[in-house]
Design a protein around this ligand. Structure first.
Ligand code: G3P
Ligand code: CA
Length: 286
């Protein structure tokens, strides 16, 4: 059926449009998602959070300051208040080379709006962001996906840095493929010892088969960074990819916008890449 088809498709390389085609248009707005579809991304990636009145919205930061004309914590605002904000103009100011008058005034989107618009024509790669800030976000999310038929149609992956949140989802509905996000970074600036963000694995060098197997109990893959910081210190290597895959885990890597990094990862045989430029990645894959 469609759920198995989804898992089969995941065995080939996946182009994941990070917050939509967010290199070309303001992240997580209609133009970003529409352009990702036009560029034939395999997934629309988006972060899910909850409004003060319990609505699921697609938004990355915990605060609305960077990408809207408002300020403060997203969780303190109702959907109606958030809908009144301009979530597009900041992009034109920040990225004049990519600016477009049509981006100004775009709204924050609800998860429902996005999945009603694209239905089962697209696949969604939904991140549970900051689950500790919201009560029962997992329940609301799984219910919304079930109501829209997206679980049975094999249209969705859920990702999170929180293993707890993923395990909650897995208990609610074991048919949803899950990806455990990790973020590797140096223990101290200038130190090459690497530690890990969530505590799920001890660091790319030290990760054992047992660590990967513990993730495999609930997830189909890991989502990891490739580099750290401005200096782009490389934090994973081909061996890490090979070991994860040998433990039957997919390896998806975020967020790669330059061809050099994309090519390095393709050479290592990763299973997917998150990018703000799905057109650039597709051109390289073809
Ligand atoms: O979901 C992969 C990647 O998006 C995680 O980082 O901060 O862009 O959500 P972030
Ligand atoms: Ca994300």
């Amino acid at each position: 059926g469609p759920i198995q088809q989804h898992l089969d498709d995941l065995q080939s390389f996946q182009v994941i449009a990070h917050r939509g085609a967010s290199g070309h248009a303001p992240e997580a707005t209609w133009p970003a998602f529409e352009q990702a579809v036009e560029m034939e991304a395999d997934y629309l990636e988006m972060d899910v959070q909850m409004t003060a009145d319990g609505e699921l919205v697609v938004f990355h930061d915990e605060t609305i300051d960077r990408t809207t004309d408002g300020e403060g914590d997203l969780k303190d605002y109702t959907l109606e208040e958030l809908k009144a904000l301009d979530a597009g103009s900041w992009f034109n100011d920040e990225f004049p080379d990519y600016a477009d008058d049509e981006y100004a005034g775009n709204e924050i989107l609800t998860l429902d709006e996005v999945i009603e618009r694209f239905g089962t024509d697209e696949r969604y790669y939904l991140e549970i962001k900051s689950p500790e800030l919201y009560s029962d976000l997992e329940e609301s999310l799984v219910e919304a996906l079930e109501d829209h038929g997206l679980v049975e149609s094999g249209s969705v992956i859920i990702q999170s840095f929180s293993d707890e949140s993923l395990k909650t989802v897995h208990e609610l509905n074991a048919d949803i493929p899950l990806v455990q996000l990790v973020w590797y970074y140096p223990e101290e600036e200038g130190d090459d010892e690497l530690v890990e963000w969530t505590g799920v694995t001890p660091g790319p060098e030290e990760t054992t088969d047992e660590d990967f197997q513990a993730i495999r109990e609930y997830a189909v893959g890991v989502g990891t960074n490739l580099t750290y910081g401005e200096e782009e210190l490389q934090v994973i290597d081909a061996d890490f990819v090979e070991q994860a895959q040998a433990n039957d885990l997919l390896v998806h890597v975020y967020t790669i916008n330059e061809e050099e990094g994309m090519q390095r990862l393709l050479d290592w045989g990763v299973d997917g890449i998150f990018t703000n430029f799905p057109d650039r990645l597709n051109a390289l894959v073809e």
